[in-house]
Design a protein. Structure first.
Length: 255
């Protein structure tokens, strides 16, 4: 009888150990932990010490420039917006209707270092959407430019859905902040520009309706209204909105 109990106890202990190893291998054995070259102990105490060590290593790494990915449809005004962020003409705006490939620009916004990626214009094709999706999964902050006078937003909606699904399937990866811009609001207002940029109530209502429609299409995110060409408007607010998300973007980078 004693031998039977010993055998049963040993089998149970072996099952627990095997189960613990399986859990450790499934949850903690791969992904970004493996990329850091960090092993995690199976025991609860070892796991706690291991994760504390991981946190120290992540926090000890120097911050890189924030990777700001600029997304938008063809001719949405991405390059013009980038020039306003840089305070100079660093991105071509009149050579072609779409950026031929990913172009990176180094700049400082509110004293913070950024690596700004001007992506190809969304055109509804699966190939372009997948290329931008790959960049979105590796960036720290997304600046999404939508034309307020262009109601056709299917490519934007589709890509945003792809991004949401991708991050939902990778819960260890922090979702980057998304700053949404409703560009070209001046095209909605025949009387633009207004003296000293004092918008009458009717103009305010028109802009509010446009930004609300964009928010409804893009998961309820509030859109910053902007006029990036001609008589520009809200450029300072654009820079402030990007800089305001710097802390969250750095947290994404450290994740």
């Amino acid at each position: 009888m004693g031998d039977v109990l010993k055998a049963g106890t040993a089998a149970a202990a072996g099952g627990i150990a095997a189960s613990s190893s399986a859990v450790a291998g499934t949850v903690f054995g791969g992904g970004w932990l493996a990329a850091l070259g960090i092993g995690v102990a199976v025991t609860p105490v070892g796991w706690v010490l291991g994760t504390a060590d991981i946190d120290k290593r992540i926090l000890a790494r120097p911050d890189e420039p924030i990777r700001l990915l600029v997304i938008g449809q063809v001719s949405a005004g991405k390059s013009t917006v980038i020039n306003h962020l840089a305070g100079s003409s660093i991105a071509e705006t009149d050579m072609a209707p779409t950026t031929p490939d990913l172009i990176r620009h180094a700049m400082k916004i509110d004293g913070i270092s950024y690596s700004v990626v001007d992506s190809q214009g969304l055109d509804g094709s699966e190939d372009i959407a997948n290329k931008i999706l790959a960049q979105a999964l590796d960036c720290d902050h997304i600046l999404w430019v939508v034309r307020a006078n262009r109601p056709a937003r299917a490519p934007d909606v589709e890509l945003l859905g792809m991004i949401d699904v991708a991050f939902a399937g990778n819960p260890l990866r922090r979702v980057p902040p998304i700053t949404l811009v409703a560009n070209a609001v001046d095209q909605l207002l025949p009387a633009w520009p207004f003296p000293e940029h004092l918008l009458p109530a009717e103009a305010q209502a028109t802009i509010a309706a446009a930004t609300h429609a964009i928010a409804l299409d893009l998961s309820g995110r509030e859109a910053l209204p902007l006029a990036s060409e001609g008589h520009t408007w809200n450029i300072d607010q654009l820079r402030a909105a990007v800089a305001q998300s710097a802390s969250e973007a750095l947290s994404t980078q450290r994740n």
